[in-house]
Design a protein around this ligand. Structure first.
Ligand code: SF4
Length: 330
């Protein structure tokens, strides 16, 4: 898919023709120009040759059929992964990647290996389009939610991510409410501050994971540059300007960050308006182990007793190695 090419191909056509083409791609979700019977054969052939709609992929569906992941093959030979979670209540969430690999190399995340480059706008949108087509074909419903939580740090590909959001949000394209789009960052303070002025009121999630800065830097080496101090300042500025909730993601890793002492420390930090915690049981990618169920219950209990808003992420896609931190692992 190449949206720039679309403009060029239709440059000599009447204006309504490009609108027809966009409707066919984003609303009717066609995957082959042969299905575009409103166009002449000559135009269809030109489109087929210059702008094929097929998205090269390898699809994996989880045993319960509620989630899936896809490897998408890019034009230059690189590949990315994207995941889908069908919640069964009408919500269908696509988890999108924004970079090939990730330059930030967090030690608990397999996506953080092998960084190559930023994804283009079209490559980001192709992932959403892929799942929109899949949901239609399987008669599951429509794509309703987006999370930028696949490979990559969205604020390091800021322009393409926010341009993609404009398409995801637009009624002419994906028509997904901004409130149903979330961006997850490790705490890139410049990006958090910049986001305040965006027209799209998307949700902000921050990968906190460790309250002790020394351990955080050890496990998430890039946070040496994006210190906790700068991050808290940027988040408080974001909340002051937008009055919007920030979700702090906390991966529970056995023996590393799941003690009651750490829960108490986290509860103290979270005692602020519009701060909420999302607890995620670590998905195994290497030597580290996920926390025991009891440790998770105790951790959650401490937070709740201290009045902290806590949610727990449902675990999807583990059997196909497509859960959080596992994308592009296998
Ligand atoms: S957790 Fe996020 S920021 Fe860290 S390596 Fe993985 S994708 Fe990159």
């Amino acid at each position: 898919m190449n949206l720039t090419k679309l403009g060029k191909i239709f440059a000599d056509q009447e204006k309504f023709r490009i609108k027809q083409a966009e409707k066919l791609i984003f609303k009717d979700l066609i995957s082959d120009w042969k299905q575009a019977s409103v166009f002449s054969l000559a135009l269809r052939e030109k489109l087929q040759e210059n702008l094929p709609l097929a998205i090269e992929n390898k699809l994996f569906i989880s045993k319960d059929g509620r989630s899936a992941k896809a490897i998408i093959f890019l034009e230059d030979g690189f590949k990315i992964e994207t995941a889908l979670m069908a919640h069964g209540d009408g919500r269908n969430t696509a988890c999108l990647s924004c970079q090939v690999g990730c330059p930030l190399a967090c030690k608990f995340c397999i996506s953080g290996t092998n960084f190559k480059r930023n994804l283009t706008l079209d490559e980001i949108l192709s992932q959403a389009l892929f799942w929109a087509r899949y949901l239609k074909e399987k008669k599951i419903g429509r794509l309703s939610n987006i999370v930028f939580m696949g490979s990559g740090e969205p604020f390091l590909n800021y322009q393409n991510v926010f341009q993609a959001i404009s398409y995801l949000n637009s009624p002419d394209y994906f028509d997904i409410s901004a409130r149903k789009i979330s961006i997850s960052t490790i705490g890139v303070s410049e990006g958090i501050r910049k986001m305040v002025n965006e027209k799209y009121q998307v949700n902000l999630a921050v990968s906190l994971h460790f309250v002790d800065e020394r351990t955080r830097v050890e496990m998430m080496p890039a946070t040496k540059k994006y210190s906790l101090k700068k991050m808290w300042e940027a988040i408080d500025y974001y909340i002051k300007e937008t009055n919007r909730k920030v979700m702090f993601e906390y991966i529970l890793i056995k023996g590393l960050n799941d003690s009651k002492k750490e829960a108490e420390a986290l509860a103290l930090i979270m005692k602020k308006p519009l701060y909420a915690v999302n607890l995620i049981r670590y998905n195994k990618t290497g030597k580290l182990e996920p926390s025991e169920t009891k440790a998770i219950t105790d951790f959650r209990g401490v937070l709740r007793n201290r009045g902290v808003e806590v949610v727990e992420r449902h675990r999807f896609n583990e059997d196909i190695f497509g859960a959080c931190g596992q994308l592009i692992g296998k």
